[in-house]
Design a protein around this ligand. Structure first.
Ligand SMILES: NC(=O)c1ccc[n+]([C@@H]2O[C@H](COP(=O)([O-])OP(=O)(O)OC[C@H]3O[C@@H](n4cnc5c(N)ncnc54)[C@H](OP(=O)(O)O)[C@@H]3O)[C@@H](O)[C@H]2O)c1
Length: 265
């Protein structure tokens, strides 16, 4: 009998990461779950075990901590090779109406989590997966990384950086048997999106988003973007004259509260 798939997910204590863990749990996966809030992370692990996971090991760690991430990922891989690694952990930050400048300390903290954190998560699996000539890497970006929005300048920049990185990795790792998928969610109903006050077209449950992501990873899709109409719109906006799009975007009333995250050192 084939071994259950082994899946490593960051940000598994909430939202999309938790829902994705549950989706794999229902198929008996072996899970490695990472987050910072120990209580919520343990609750995710318990729910996964109840749903049918073979096991659900938890690691309380901050994705900003490069050494800790390398230790956790390498130890998990050493125990049993990771088939699918999902760099999902992230935070949102932006501007309230009328606010012109994001707080620089909040911006730096978000960049460390959303950019460095993704690198810290993915880098340790690249060589072991290539050595096995097998593995899937998923990087969670955002529609905000496809065409920038005036309400969340630094978040858009961070997500665009991860999009570019995922695209580069994909081309380089494919000949070594490792697939890279860029996940591009629109609005997903999670604690993160609940804090943003705006019209949220096409908003979907985290459960539905998880099934779309899981199906896309099974098919090794290079880009898993949903809902498709929103992805098409954002790609189209990126082709239009910037001033026209900026003018349209300004007409929407959006409040994106600043993250409370600050740099840890
Ligand atoms: N929801 C949306 O509409 C939407 C749309 C596009 C993209 N996304 C992206 O999807 C991903 C997941 O977002 P979500 O909506 O599921 O948000 P969420 O419910 O707020 O969950 C975020 C997860 O990231 C973890 N996390 C945050 N900072 C971390 C850190 N420094 N170290 C380790 N873990 C950390 C959190 O863990 P703790 O709480 O334990 O710290 C939590 O498990 C993010 O990358 C986000 O940018 C979301």
């Amino acid at each position: 009998m084939a071994e259950p798939v082994r899946v490593f997910i960051t940000g598994a204590s909430s939202g999309i990461g938790r829902a994705l863990a549950m989706a794999y749990a229902r198929e008996g996966a072996s899970l490695v779950l990472l987050g910072r809030d120990a209580e919520r992370l343990e609750a995710s692990a318990r729910a996964c075990l109840e749903a049918g996971a073979e096991n659900a090991e938890t690691h309380v760690a901050d994705v900003r901590d490069r050494e800790a991430m390398a230790r956790v990922v390498q130890a998990a891989f050493g125990e049993r090779p990771i088939d699918i690694l999902v760099a999902n952990a992230g935070v949102a930050t932006g501007l309230m109406r009328g606010q012109l400048l994001e707080t620089p300390d909040a911006v730096r903290a978000m960049l460390k989590i959303n950019v460095d954190g993704v690198f810290n998560t993915v880098e340790p699996v690249i060589l072991p997966m290539c050595a096995r000539k097998s593995g899937r890497i998923a990087i969670v970006g955002s529609m905000a990384g496809v065409r920038s929005l005036p309400y969340s300048p630094s978040y858009c920049a961070a997500k665009a950086a991860t999009h570019m990185w995922a695209d580069s990795l994909r081309g380089g790792l494919a000949p070594h048997g490792v697939s890279v998928s860029l996940i591009v969610p629109g609005f997903v109903k999670t604690p993160m999106s609940a804090r943003t006050r705006s019209w949220q077209p096409g908003a979907m449950s985290d459960e539905r988003a998880a099934l779309i992501i899981k199906r896309g990873l099974e098919r090794r899709r290079p880009v898993i973007a949903f809902p498709l109409f929103m992805y098409a719109a954002m790609r189209f906006f990126a082709l239009l004259p910037p001033a026209v799009v900026d003018g349209v975007m300004r007409r929407f009333h959006v409040d994106v509260p600043e993250t409370p995250e600050r740099e840890t050192s």
